[in-house]
Design a protein around this ligand. Structure first.
Ligand code: ARG
Length: 494
């Protein structure tokens, strides 16, 4: 018996192939089976289906394969599974599987179940990348390096401080994933096609069997909404944007022009023609995949835009973008974590880059304000002019200060003087960072407590992740126990 029923006289093979979601149903197939189990358990518990029927269905479901059968004529895995059940148990028994449920609530539920796992996987990847940043900061963090604005050397910072900036951005990604998880982890089951059902299945207990923390309260919302999908893709995009900025720095820093870092051979590739080449290919591909993931976000959002409520097959078109985004993001972050953990900062050339580049000029301006009673704007103008004279004359800034400051300062309102040794001291990069007083700044003496704080955050996020993972595993085991218990009744009764 064909479960599609006699409503349609015929269907075109081309149309069937076109509307099929089989290719992407691979991602949710095992959850579709689980949803069928939980629903059947609910039907039996409510007395809507007799125990022998429920038991036979459970037995079938427990051994059902989540593989898409090649050449299957079904529109989707939901249909394949039910058709297989009917073929194997007969319609008098398997015909109860879809009593009080629809593919509409079922697919939304299965997507949420798979997405929970993907969110946790991505969270794990974010934490891994954060961990690798802390590792590098621990080993090399106190080295000085130029901080940049407009990709021009701006002010010296410590390497740790720079890496903590990336860590903190990723920390917000991990917060977003945890918040997203709570919105994904709600069960649409019981919504049926859209209006709910007269079949007495307790939504809360089905939700609990599937490990959800509750139900989507409105049945139309339950089958229509995919905002959780767009949100997940957006969170994945944000994490990838963050990762791409780190990847981009690895690419720049590993160039001869910067020479700040040596990427490990294991995360590089060679050239087929230029024997000397070592290319930062992992970082490049992470940078590129950020674009692909952003594309998935735009595609999924565009599918949802202006779609009338409730279920439309358009929704099926959005789902593959979600899986691609989550997969690309997880893989990218994991491999970037490896590339980051194994990179070797070339601390000597970083330090050299801050030694003689006038990037501490603001310290000289601040010194003029504090010691000579000039306003900051006056001091800024004086130092700016001294830097220009130093560059034009090819004379170092401290020398220029000792020889030209009196003349230049008098042009700007007050004649002052500083000797070369003092100005050298004031302009020293280490002194510059060490004098930073604001919390959250690049003072090397902050590194230890800044690192410890972040290490604690990482540890508590890891605990959170493993707790969510064990909750899911426990609910899977519970569902299996309940289902097997019911399945065993067949033997005892027959
Ligand atoms: N294959 C569909 C999807 O992925 C499942 C739901 C189909 N529902 C329907 N009324 N045709 O969204």
């Amino acid at each position: 018996m064909d479960i599609r029923g006699p409503r349609l006289k015929k269907q075109s093979d081309a149309a069937l192939e076109f509307i099929s979601s089989m290719a992407s149903d691979r991602e949710i197939a095992r959850h579709v089976i689980a949803v069928n189990m939980a629903h059947m358990a609910g039907l039996v518990r409510a007395g809507e289906v007799g125990r022998p029927t429920g038991s036979a269905c459970m037995k079938f479901l427990l051994s059902a394969s989540p593989d898409i059968r090649p050449g299957s004529k079904a529109e989707d895995f939901h249909q394949q599974l039910e058709q297989d059940a009917v073929d194997s148990l007969g319609v008098e028994t398997a015909g109860f599987l879809n009593f009080g449920k629809s593919r509409n609530d079922q697919v939304a539920t299965a997507i949420r179940m798979e997405l929970r796992l993907r969110v946790l996987d991505l969270l794990g990847a974010v934490l891994e990348l954060q961990d690798s940043l802390l590792g590098v900061a621990h080993r090399y963090g106190s080295s000085l390096m130029p901080g940049y604005t407009h990709l021009q050397r701006a002010q010296p910072v410590t390497l740790a401080h720079h890496l903590f900036a990336h860590f903190d951005a990723l920390g917000r990604d991990s917060d977003r994933l945890v918040q997203l998880y709570s919105r994904v982890n709600l069960s649409p089951m019981g919504a049926a096609a859209l209006a709910g059902t007269s079949v007495g299945v307790d939504r809360d207990s089905v939700a609990e069997l599937l490990g959800f923390s509750g139900t989507v309260r409105n049945s139309i919302d339950a089958v229509s909404s995919r905002d959780f999908m767009v949100e997940a893709t957006a969170v994945a995009t944000m994490a990838m944007l963050d990762a791409s900025r780190l990847a981009e720095e690895q690419i720049l820093w590993s160039s001869k022009e910067f020479g700040f870092v040596e990427l490990d051979d294991s995360y590089s590739a060679s050239s087929s023609i230029m024997p000397q080449k070592k290319n930062p290919v992992v970082s490049e591909l992470v940078r590129a995949k950020a674009g692909s993931v952003l594309g998935c976000l735009v595609a999924a959002a565009a599918v949802l835009k202006a779609m009338p409520y409730s279920y439309n097959l358009d929704l099926q078109e959005a789902t593959p973008h979600l899986w691609r985004a989550m997969e690309d993001a997880s893989r990218s972050l994991k491999v970037l974590a490896g590339a980051t953990a194994t990179m070797r900062p070339l601390t000597g050339s970083m330090a050299k880059a801050v030694a003689h580049d006038d990037s501490t000029a603001v310290a000289l301006a601040n010194h003029l304000v504090k010691s000579q009673g000039l306003s900051f704007r006056q001091a800024h103008a004086i130092v700016g002019e001294l830097v220009r004279l130093s560059a034009e004359g090819g004379v170092s800034l401290p020398e220029t200060v000792s020889s030209q400051l009196p003349r230049v300062s008098s042009k700007h309102g007050k004649r002052v003087a500083i000797d070369e040794a003092t100005s050298r001291q004031v302009l020293d990069p280490l002194r510059f960072v060490s004098s930073i007083a604001t919390s959250g700044g690049a003072n090397p003496s902050f590194i230890r407590s800044d690192a410890a704080k972040r290490r604690r955050e990482l540890t508590s996020n890891r605990a959170r992740l493993s707790e969510l993972g064990s909750q899911l595993r426990a609910s899977q085991e519970r569902l299996l126990r309940v289902s097997s218990g019911l399945a065993r009744e067949v033997k005892t009764k027959s």
